[in-house]
Ligand binder design. Sequence first.
Ligand SMILES: [Zn+2]
Ligand SMILES: [Zn+2]
Length: 165
Amino acid sequence: MPLELNDIFVTPDSSLAVDECFVYDDLSAEGEELVVSPVRVKGQVRNTGGLVELCYTAEFRYSKPCDRCLTVAGKAVRQDFVHTLALSAENEDNDDIIIVAGYTLDLFSLVRDDILLEMPFKHLCSEDCLGLCPTCGKNLNEGSCGCQKQAVDPRMAVLDELFSD
Ligand SMILES: [Zn+2]
Ligand SMILES: [Zn+2]
């Protein structure tokens, strides 16, 4: 759903409220499928002395498998974004400027790109996730397994080497 921005661009000190809820059903990051809730987008487009800016807050939840234990875990995200909008690329050095051709902004696509860029690289079900046992594959968050833990801790391996002779 494109945002019509004629009035904002031609009227100094004008603003337009943005309050949308977008549903994306095909989002993935680094080849992994992400299950993302509807994305709440709230903010405004503002013309301040000829400079047109879009500021908004995106709120959503996503879920994907934990990097350590592979259990699917959800996280809530609340992130602010600011973009400068221009009708044409006058200064091509500036990557931050969003070109709004014909006064219409494709907010749906912009929000999709923004939230994919902001996805955390590391995804853990909890900060102290214990992961899977490297020997038997048991999820150690659900209890310990019977495997011997020798040589699992690299720090201990280094100490063993130091004191071996
Ligand atoms: Zn985990
Ligand atoms: Zn084990």
